[in-house]
Ligand binder design. Structure first.
Ligand SMILES: Cc1ncc(COP(=O)(O)O)c(C=O)c1O
Length: 313
């Protein structure tokens, strides 16, 4: 749970929206508290936060807009579930449903912002010329890795040996690389986990350059992305140890199994466990798995459970 929402995405959306709005209001030098920001906003020209989403990020941006007192317009591809759309609307946002896939929906949102001086794009992926906000989002995600590290130390578990990360455009993965390759921590192995039907990071790692892929439907809605984030890519290329693809059934089974341990997770949340299992069961990856995950010196495998069962994407 993050600020009342059952997914990690609010960590990025809140920080990026706060920074973008304070910049718009020329208030960066004396960063306002949230209440003061609300006052500043009410006396300024109207602002609308705009984003495109598979579900969780859009809901987080909408929630943040409501907290700050600005409007939100959220574009969603029509493969997104009815429930996810309702959740975003219930945060007070205007929702625009489009027949295009996620990548095209992002472009349409960006084009709309270019023609509206009151709009601010808060997008969780970067491309040439649009980098600052996505980097703030990654900075917000870093909270997660700091918290995990602190908890592992407090529990006496030692630093993470392996971290499995559900991956869409790779911004969360970028935050993992930035944290674990900062030189201050033990060298954790980083595993990206993607849906087989939206495997742009795996394809890119195989080709050593960003490769867009065509996406379709998957129950891992938050991971249904066809192009790696441009600012994430160099971090992924240089910092990720391996990637693995899982199908809907594997993700669902993992999520059910986590449920039987009392851990609430949606399919994206279950993907991390499904990914490690897929590596264990793959004859080509088995030796790697044994060395990284099952060897005696490795005391903790961290599975990022990025959404709760109540989160529909
Ligand atoms: C639940 C969930 N997990 C993981 C991710 C992956 O994050 P990224 O797109 O930064 O790779 C997302 C992104 O929307 C998500 O919603």
């Amino acid at each position: 749970m993050r600020l009342g929402l059952p997914a990690f995405k609010m960590l990025g959306a809140s920080w990026a929206a706060y920074r973008a709005i304070t910049r718009r209001l020329n208030a960066e030098d004396t960063p306002p508290r949230l209440d003061d920001l609300r006052d500043l906003v009410s006396g300024a020209k109207p602002i609308t936060l705009v984003t495109a989403t598979d579900g969780n990020h859009g809901r987080a941006v909408a929630r943040m807009a409501q907290m700050i007192g600005v409007a939100a317009r959220v574009f969603v591809p029509d493969v997104v579930s009815r429930l996810a759309i309702d959740h975003i609307r219930n945060e007070g946002a205007e929702v625009v449903v489009l027949p295009q896939d996620y990548d095209a929906t992002v472009q349409i949102a960006a084009a709309e912002v270019a023609t509206d001086t009151g709009a601010i794009l808060v997008q969780d992926t970067a491309w040439d010329g649009y980098e600052e906000v996505p980097q703030r989002i990654v900075d917000g995600y870093s909270t997660l890795f700091r918290e995990i590290d602190t908890q592992l130390v407090q529990q006496g578990s030692g630093p993470a040996g392996v971290v499995a990360i559900p991956t869409g455009v790779g911004s969360l993965l970028q935050a993992a690389v930035e944290f674990h390759r900062s030189g201050q921590r033990g060298p954790a192995s980083l595993v990206a986990v993607e849906p087989v039907s939206a495997n742009c990071v795996t394809k890119s790692l195989q080709n050593r350059e960003p490769v867009p892929v065509q996406t379709g439907r998957t129950n891992m809605a938050g991971l249904n992305c066809g192009t790696p984030s441009s600012i994430a890519w160099p971090f992924l290329r240089d910092g990720v140890d391996t990637s693995v693809c899982v199908d809907d059934e594997q993700a669902e089974r993992a999520s059910d199994d986590l449920g039987s341990f009392g851990i609430s997770s949606g399919p994206c949340g279950g993907a991390a466990l499904a990914g490690l299992r897929a590596l264990r069961d793959n004859p080509q990856a088995h030796a790697w798995y044994d060395g990284q995950v099952a060897s005696a010196g490795r005391t903790s495998a961290v599975l990022l459970n990025t959404e709760g069962a109540a989160s529909p994407g």
